[in-house]
Design a binder for this molecule. Structure first.
Ligand code: ATP
Ligand code: MG
Length: 243
């Protein structure tokens, strides 16, 4: 079943066991094929939202659909690729194994997984590190491996939680180019970043969130107009000040 909506979130509430309300009756609709940016300060609820979408945490209430399917449907899970904010690589696996195991986990044959892992190592310039275990990679290389792993099973919705945090200038430009290409091929992208210039450069649709609530959502030019702002940084400051 396909749907023109990649992601549909209705009245999503997440209260952690500590009592903290991280998402407050949150609604969000992302059309298929969108390049979407989620912006907000530390603690706004971005990672909570992503964890809920990917069914990594139990939501308190509300509904999430991925291309029309319930988010806890295994098929929905296969349609998503997630690069988490925390670099969570298995320290006992080398680069190639990390990718091949992930492919296996998503139902790829060993042959397909090895072929795709080769492609991903080429794209992310990790070929020379194929037999190196994650703890022996540099920080930027680990970030690249995380992205390569997220893309292994060719997901239609790619979710990137601060993919360029701590990444050098050259790699950032490379990643932008690659993510843009993915988007041009029809992949829906959901990205969080604290780099406003990155959001401005890449995203066609941006949501500003704070304290688990949506403050504003529009195209970069629509946001500039709505907030009578000169730059996305201005929009951000004004939206947060008004919240
Ligand atoms: N497992 C947890 N238990 C309790 N509270 C949590 C848990 N995870 C996150 N929180 C709280 O939920 C709120 C939202 O956190 P979240 O990680 O979603 O923010 P974020 O927008 O991703 O921030 P950042 O930009 O720093 O990554 C914060 O107040 C955080 O302390
Ligand atoms: Mg986060």
């Amino acid at each position: 079943m396909t749907s023109s909506s990649a992601l549909s979130i209705r009245a999503l509430t997440k209260r952690y066991d500590t009592g903290l309300l991280a998402l407050d009756a949150f609604d969000l609709e992302i059309p298929a094929g969108e390049f979407f940016g989620l912006l907000g300060p530390n603690g706004a609820g971005k990672t909570t939202l992503i964890s809920a979408i990917c069914n990594l945490i139990r939501v308190t209430s509300g509904q999430i659909r991925i291309f029309g399917r319930r988010h806890d449907d295994p098929e929905a899970r296969r349609m998503m690729g997630l690069a988490e904010q925390d670099v969570n690589l298995d320290r006992f696996l080398d680069v190639e194994e990390t990718l091949v195991y992930h492919g296996g986990y998503y139902g790829m044959s060993r042959h397909d997984a090895r072929r795709r892992a080769g492609e991903m190592m080429d794209v992310f310039d990790l070929r020379a590190k194929a037999a190196v275990r994650a703890p022996l990679l540099s920080g930027g290389m680990r970030r690249r491996l995380l992205l390569a792993r997220a893309l292994m099973h060719e997901p239609q919705l790619v979710i990137l939680d601060e993919p360029t945090a701590g990444v050098d200038f050259e790699l950032r430009i490379e990643l932008w180019r690659y993510i843009r290409r993915l988007h041009e091929q029809g992949t829906t992208i959901l990205l969080t970043t604290h780099y406003l210039e990155e959001a401005q450069e890449l995203c066609h649709d941006i949501a500003l969130i704070r304290s688990g609530r949506l403050l504003a959502r529009d195209s970069p030019s629509g946001l500039l107009e709505a907030f009578a702002a000169e730059s996305l940084a201005d929009v951000y400051v004004r939206a947060m000040a008004a919240a």
